[in-house]
Design a protein. Structure first.
Length: 481
């Protein structure tokens, strides 16, 4: 199979024209919200890169719901109130395109759902809905349960488990087998290695102007290109193998289903489109869920009272006692598990910022946003707003009881995005995470391996990761063995 590779494929001509960025001098006459204007602009860039979530949170705390600043000489506007988030992500979403960082993701994921724009996006979203319909999730649950039970069953009493890599391997094995069947197992190590490189480079090279170094013959930049190509080659090989034995009546895995999908006009995905969606599913289907679970396990380790409540819930869940996979309905009935995940997604959203680029002059809740401006809305910032989440920096799953979510204004909580950009895999990820949490809670208890450091530090990249391997100590609940 000889396909154009994402890393070197230009932005499709069918996409909307991107207005030029707003330079500092050209912005002098604009009515902009307040923000930092340091005498040495490079100092702001260093602060931004050192800890971007903290930088954005400080902007909100200092300047309020809207602020402006300049990075690499270009105008950025932060919009953090729920109403502003709703306008950008939903009400006026057609007036924006994906912003900084997504052009870098396109180097790896091509024109998959995470990175593509109109008119390609709506066609892909329409065609990609069947694999994620709730009627199919019950089938995925069996694979999720079997792989999770095998992983947790291998943990020994007193063993120190490196949580971050274990969760990465588990969620990668689930998405790889769900997508490709067992064919993908031989590539698991390569996928994990090169996706890790790609995610690192996407984050570290996302600011305007850094793309000019993509062709520089230095190992750091060459590794980005190499990893993107290796991932594409793996996906292409698996697609070619499935094409050779394709049975249109067999839709047991997502790849077979993607091969059979047809749009309203009868058209099918090309092999390039299938490859791009497969790569997107690998990234969004394992990296984000693994991060969510790493944080959730870590907070549970630091909060034995919440872990005890979760264990009690697991111990009375009929599907757990029966040793079988749950239905979606059974999994979603687990209230404590749901609260743990909702709160973990609030405080450590895997997708923690949603950059956009304004296509025209706009008014967002009274803030004038000029065409070409970079616009940042942030799950991390808005979901830590004390107006909607009292004591916002405290992990408190109990806040989600009594239908708390229904009291929030639209735009206040959006860990899976919003509008037509909302993640299609939301229910897949939550089903998977509930199964993993409940099976773990039924069989083991855990604590921080180092009691002096109960929680890992954050390492925000393209996703909101925990830093390091995150060791935890496992204790088997022997009375359940």
């Amino acid at each position: 199979m000889s396909l154009a590779r994402p890393f070197t494929t230009p932005r499709p001509e069918s996409y909307a024209f991107t207005p030029p960025p707003i330079k500092r001098r050209a912005a002098a006459h604009l009515q902009l919200p307040g923000g930092p204007r340091p005498l040495i602009p490079a100092s702001l860039l260093l602060k931004f890169q050192r800890d971007t979530p903290a930088f954005l949170l400080d902007l909100r705390d200092t300047y309020g719901d809207s602020s402006s600043f300049f990075l690499a000489g270009q105008l950025f506007i932060g919009l953090f109130s729920p109403a502003m988030v709703y306008e950008v992500t939903t009400a006026q979403q057609s007036s924006f395109i994906k912003g900084v960082g997504f052009a870098r993701m396109r180097k790896v994921l091509g024109e998959g759902l995470l990175t593509n724009e109109e008119p390609i996006h709506m066609r892909h979203r329409r065609m990609m809905q069947p694999p994620f319909q709730k009627s199919r999730l019950d089938g995925y649950a069996t694979l999720m349960t079997d792989l999770t039970a095998s992983q947790i069953g291998a943990w020994n009493d007193g063993e120190v488990v490196l949580l971050a890599p274990v969760m990465m391997r588990l969620t990668l094995s689930i998405v790889a087998e769900t997508l490709f069947g067992t064919d993908a197992l031989r590539f698991a190590d390569q996928i994990g290695e090169h996706m890790g490189v790609a995610i690192d480079r996407i984050e570290r090279t996302m600011l305007p102007g850094l793309d000019r170094f993509d062709g520089v013959p230095l190992p750091y930049w060459q590794k980005f290109h190499e990893s993107a190509d290796v991932l594409a080659e793996i996906a292409e090989e698996l697609i070619a193998e499935r094409r050779a034995t394709y049975d249109p009546t067999d839709t047991s895995d997502l790849l077979s289903l993607l091969l059979s999908l047809r749009d309203e006009d009868g058209s099918q995905f090309t092999d390039e489109e299938i490859r791009d969606e497969a790569l997107t599913l690998i990234l969004s289907g394992h990296e984000t869920t693994a991060n969510m679970l790493t944080w959730a396990f870590s907070w549970l380790a630091a909060r034995p009272d919440v872990m005890a409540a979760l264990q009690q819930e697991a111990d009375v869940s009929q599907w757990v006692l029966d040793g079988r996979a749950p239905t979606l309905e059974e999994a979603m009935q687990a209230e404590i598990a749901g609260q743990v995940l909702s709160e973990s997604l609030r405080m450590a959203p895997p997708v923690w910022v949603a950059p956009r680029r304004a296509l025209s002059d706009l008014d967002i809740c009274g803030v004038k946003v000029p065409a070409g401006a970079h616009v940042l809305v942030s799950q991390y910032v808005t979901q830590r707003d004390p107006r909607w989440f009292p004591d916002p920096h405290n992990w408190d799953p109990g806040r989600w009881s009594d239908d708390f979510a229904s009291t929030l204004p639209r735009g206040a909580y959006f860990p899976f995005g919003a509008g037509t950009r909302k993640c299609l895999g939301e229910h897949f990820a939550l089903l998977e995470a509930r199964i993993i949490l409940l099976l773990a809670a039924h069989q083991v208890t855990w604590e921080p391996a180092d009691s002096s450091r109960p929680m890992p530090k954050a390492e925000p990249r393209a996703t909101y990761r925990a830093a390091g391997a995150v060791p935890i100590r496992i204790h088997r609940r022997t009375h359940h063995v």
